[in-house]
Write a protein that binds this ligand. Structure first.
Ligand SMILES: [Zn+2]
Length: 440
């Protein structure tokens, strides 16, 4: 009984670790069909398609050698993301202005190409993306879905404005990219959630206001785009959209783009729709963040917090069950064989109830831990801190498992030291929270 519960704990922990790192493998399709040498995406890349697009109500998914299944998957995922975006921005079809040559949004899903410096790209009413059967890109929807959603925010922007980007009427890059990142929750080097984290970035890349970045060409330091600019653009936009910040909304962002579609410059549209002056925001960005961000991040109400909480409760349950092993065994036997508790044994009856409830709760927490937190945890820990974060979690899992094994030993020897196990697990959990707060 005790051994199998311990085993369950270990299996659940390992299962989660592997689940968050799993990749589906790619498979090839036939080739050498006549290719069609044109497409709306030619404004970005001149890649021919095979003439067999997959169509859904909003999208037409073209491709080179991507499989029909992969294209259907793309159409399905894109439809779901698009419906969510229209809902979040309160957009109805009458607000969207398609190019004259298109009545649906085009997606080109490539399998043969492997551009090293980008993976997906948006244009007016279209996206170029890697196909889910691409041999060298992440094929799991948990990985490519957020990137596709980011690009679809750009597509929504272009349809609200009714045109492609292009000077002098472009949206400032910090707002365009920041909005896409804020909606998705970040696809680059990790959302900035504490002053500690922000100060680390400015120490490395300089205290330059993200709001000063109007064009992508202003980013010149290698690696800065991914590690500094996109996370800081996201922070700058999240502040605008936060009730504790400038209290604007996604509806305001929608109105901003509609105003630009009616001829306003970005600055005019921004000042008319967002509750802060653009020039003032650029100037006062860092002082505003000082009052907005916490010194350190508390990971309590985050996927990491939930995972640790589930682990702590689960571990405590195992300890309680192990500490009452003798009663538990008899009670479990009674539960299975439906024997009535023997007369006068109220304690035994209580144990039965505890065992049933305990097992049900442990099962529930185990499932929640594996299913509910794996992708969330992955998103929480990005970039260079991810390895450290996982190391801390693995150490925590290992340490608590070791403590539980020790508890079993102590308990079987009827040692009083067994009572120290529960507070030990609590202390280990608190220390882990602290370490993660420093890292993420
Ligand atoms: Zn983007």
């Amino acid at each position: 009984m005790r051994r199998s519960l311990l085993l369950l704990l270990v299996v659940i922990g390992l299962g989660w670790l592997f689940a968050s790192a799993s990749f589906a493998s790619a498979s090839g399709t036939g080739d050498s069909e006549a290719m069609v040498d044109e497409g709306s995406w030619y404004s970005r890349v001149e890649w021919p398609h095979d003439g067999h697009p997959v169509e859904s109500s909003t999208f037409v998914v073209y491709g080179d050698r991507s499989s029909p299944d992969a294209r259907r998957e793309v159409a399905e995922v894109a439809e779901g993301l698009w419906a969510g975006l229209l809902d979040e921005f309160s957009v109805d079809a009458s607000m969207l202005r398609m190019p004259d040559s298109q009545d649906k949004v085009h997606i080109y899903a490539y399998r043969d190409y492997y551009p090293q410096d980008w993976g997906m790209r948006a244009y007016y009413a279209g996206v170029v993306m890697w196909s889910p059967d691409h041999p060298q890109r992440p094929t799991d929807v948990d990985y490519y879905g957020p990137v596709l959603e980011h690009e679809l925010v750009h597509v929504l922007e272009s349809l609200l404005k009714g045109r492609d980007g292009g000077d002098p009427e472009m949206t400032d890059v910090w707002f365009s990219e920041g909005l896409a990142e804020a909606v998705v929750g970040g696809t680059a080097g990790g959302a900035v959630r504490s002053l500690h984290q922000m100060n680390g970035l400015t120490a490395e890349y300089g205290e330059v206001s993200p709001v000063s970045f109007k064009r992508d060409s202003q980013v010149t330091v290698p690696g800065a785009g991914f590690n500094f600019n996109y996370p800081m653009y996201q922070l700058a936009t999240e502040y605008l959209l936060d009730a504790d910040g400038a209290s604007s909304t996604l509806n305001d962002a929608r109105d901003l783009f509609l105003a630009m579609g009616n001829g306003a410059s970005f600055q005019e549209a921004f000042n008319a729709t967002i509750d802060i002056d653009l020039d003032e925001y650029e100037e006062a960005f860092y002082p505003l963040m000082d009052g907005y961000l916490p010194e350190y991040r508390t990971p309590l109400f985050s996927p990491i917090g939930y995972a640790l909480f589930a682990l702590a409760v689960f571990g405590t349950l195992v300890v309680v069950l192990a500490a009452n092993a003798r009663h538990v065994r008899r009670a479990a036997h009674n539960v299975v064989s439906h024997d009535a508790p023997r007369g006068g044994s109220g304690r035994l009856f209580r144990s039965e109830a505890i065992v049933s409830a305990g097992l049900a709760l442990a099962f529930f927490l185990g499932i929640m831990f594996v299913v509910g937190t794996s992708s969330g945890l992955n998103n929480e820990m990005r970039g260079s801190d991810r390895a450290t974060g996982y190391l801390i979690l693995i150490l925590y899992l290992g340490a608590t498992t070791a403590v539980l094994i020790l508890a079993q030993r102590l308990n079987s020897r009827q040692s009083r030291t067994a009572h120290l196990v529960f507070p030990g697990v609590i202390v280990a959990t608190v220390i882990t929270f602290g370490l993660l707060a420093l890292v993420i």
